[in-house]
Each structure stands twice: as C-alpha cells, then as structure tokens.
Design a protein around this ligand. Structure first.
Ligand code: HEC
Length: 313
C-alpha cells in the first residue's frame, strides 16, 4: 500500500537501501521511512504546498459551516433515553401503536405518510383484522372503472396511507404557504432523529424579544431559524389512547416520535435480530477457522531449519 502510494506520488515512501547480495540471493531491503532526508527540493516544495492548501481549504470549510450554524442559532435537542437505543434493543411496540393513534388523531390532518401501507401495521401494531378495520375507515380514490370514471372505495390492506391534500399547492394554500412535509422518512431525514421530533413537538414557546414572526408563524427554538409555520399541536389530552395510558403532551410526543422512527426504518427490529445472529455465527466460525488454521500450519510453524557448515578440509 505505502509502496503503491509512494510510487504514484513519486515520493518513494519505501526507500531502497540498495542491494544486499549474500552470494546467491539478491534481496532488496526496503524499509518504511518517514524521514525527508533525500527528498529533492521540488518534492518538498510540492508536498508542503499541498499541505498548506489542504489545511487552508479544510479550515475555510469548517469556518463556513460554523458561520451558517451560528446564524441559525437553533437549540440542540436533548438526548432522550429511548428504549430502542442500543444495538440489541427492539422498538417498543406498544409505544408505536400509541404513536400511530397520535398520528391518526392529530398529525394526519396535515401530514401525509406516503411510504407506509396499512399492511405494514400487521404484526407490528395491529393484528390482520384490526389493520383491515383501520384501512376500511379511510376512503381511497381508485379507478378508472369500466366507464372510465374514478371512484372512492374503502381502503384495503394493500393501500398506502392517503394524503390529506390532493397536491402540494393545496397543502401550501391551507398552511400559510408552508408545506407540511411527508412524515414517512422524517425521523431519518432530520438531524437528531426522534430526539429532534420530541424536542420540536414539546418545545414551543413565546418568541424572545427581537424575533419577528410573520402571520401564522410560531416560535420554536429547535426549528432551524426559530419561526415554524406549524402551530403547537400536542397538549395534554390532545389525543386519546386505547390502552388507557395518560395522554400527557410529552407522552404523546414520545409515542409519535417512536412511531415515526418505525416508519423511517420498519426493518429496524429485523436488522438488529440479524446483527445478533450474524455476530453469533461469525464468532463461532472465526473460532473454528482459527483452530483449523493452527491445525494446518502446525507443521510449517514448528519446523526447524538447521544448516550444517561444510567443514574446511
Ligand atoms: C395544522 C396542520 C399540522 C398538524 C396538525 C401537524 N403539522 Fe407538522 N407541520 C405543519 C406545517 C405547515 C409544517 C411546515 C413548517 C415549516 O416549514 O415552517 C410542519 C412541519 C413538521 C415537521 C418538520 C419540521 C422540520 O424540521 O422541517 C415535523 C417533524 C412535523 N411537522 C411533525 C408533526 C407531527 C408529529 C404532528 C402530529 C403530532 C404534526 N406535525 C401535526 C403542519 C401541521
């Protein structure tokens, strides 16, 4: 590797210390060297210019990134102790189910969830019958039928969650020009993931002095820029839970954030289960391979070579 890099750059990182010729064999002795001894002036100049330019560009990028961040001045969401944090933890399915109820009763009025179908709920939050009943509650636009007309029918398991608005313009018109983003991938799409969503939903406050909000805007320190067009939607008892959990604002936010994490990564549990299996399998295989390698190489490794000097007569 070092030799190849050295050759490409012409830097000769691996130095050739000449030929050592013990009678028959010609061995080139190479040694990794970091000393600049023996570099030509041009090479030193080139490398130092590269170093200075590279460092300068890095510092500039860092400064630019910092300046942009500083101008936004948003608060960082606090890390919450999610029960699904950690490599071997699964999602809390009771919480996903409650989160779905929050989405259905509150967020669905404005946000679509276009990549999640009712069949995805089966075995995660609902039984097949219950998921069918959930699907049948919504009307889906289908068609064209034999006469070429579009029609509405009750949803089926294979249907995706319908959008609250027919298109983006209608969504903007209903929300002061702001577009409520699709929530299917929002948890992976925002820095901070579920921490951010929890902080956003529970972080509304009065705008501090000096912050001017336009009509329809609200102040939320976690939203980049602070002025968000979504009003506070989660209050105590803003939604009802079927399992009797007290529906405080923070409980609603926690559950909907867990639900949105599941929407972003429905395969999360399977992936973690697979990780456990793969780590288990590979450690067993590694042990076998190690033993087998020792077994096969034992004759080579324990071999002893001896030279018998030819006695001069
Ligand atoms: C009355 C309509 C409405 C409801 C109800 C609503 N939202 Fe929003 N939401 C919006 C609008 C509008 C925006 C866009 C805000 C902006 O860009 O300023 C938004 C933006 C968001 C964002 C994106 C913030 C970002 O970083 O871009 C998230 C996350 C979000 N909403 C989550 C939710 C959740 C979860 C619920 C349900 C508990 C919910 N919303 C309910 C209207 C709504």
């Amino acid at each position: 590797m070092a030799a190849t890099v050295g050759r490409i750059c012409g830097a000769r990182l691996l130095k050739n210390y000449g030929l050592v010729t013990p009678q028959v064999l010609k061995i080139t002795v190479c040694q990794l060297s970091t000393s600049t001894h023996g570099w030509t002036r041009n090479r030193k100049l080139l490398l130092s210019t590269l170093g200075v330019v590279g460092g300068g560009v890095g510092a500039l990028l860092f400064a630019l990134e910092q300046s942009v961040q500083a101008s936004e001045g948003e608060a960082h969401p606090a890390h919450q102790p999610w029960s699904h944090n950690g490599w071997f933890q699964s999602l809390d399915h009771a919480s996903i189910r409650r989160g779905y109820e929050v989405y259905k009763q509150v967020c669905k009025a404005c946000h679509s969830l276009q990549y999640i179908a009712f069949r995805n709920l089966v075995g995660v939050t609902h039984s097949e019958e219950a998921a069918k009943a959930e699907a049948a509650e919504v009307m889906i636009r289908d068609g064209p039928d034999e006469q070429g007309n579009y029609f509405e029918r009750p949803g089926k398991l294979s249907d995706y969650f319908p959008s609250p608005y027919p298109n983006e313009n209608a969504a903007r018109a209903a929300n002061n020009g702001a577009y409520p983003p699709d929530l299917s991938l929002i948890c992976s799409g925002r820095k901070g993931g579920e921490d951010y969503i929890f902080a956003l939903l529970t972080g509304y406050m009065d705008a501090p002095a000096g912050v001017i909000l336009r009509e329809g805007q609200n102040y939320n320190p976690y939203f980049p820029g602070g002025a968000i067009s979504m009003a506070q939607v989660l209050f105590n008892e803003a939604a009802e839970y079927s399992d009797g959990t007290p529906a405080t604002a923070s409980q609603l936010a926690k559950d909907v954030a867990t639900f949105l994490r599941w929407c972003s990564e429905p395969e999360l549990d399977d992936r973690r289960l697979m990780t456990i299996k793969v780590i288990g399998m590979f450690s067993m295989l590694a042990a076998i391979v190690y033993y087998f390698k020792r077994h096969k190489w034992t004759t080579m490794k324990s071999r002893k070579l001896a030279y018998k000097p030819v006695s001069k007569k």
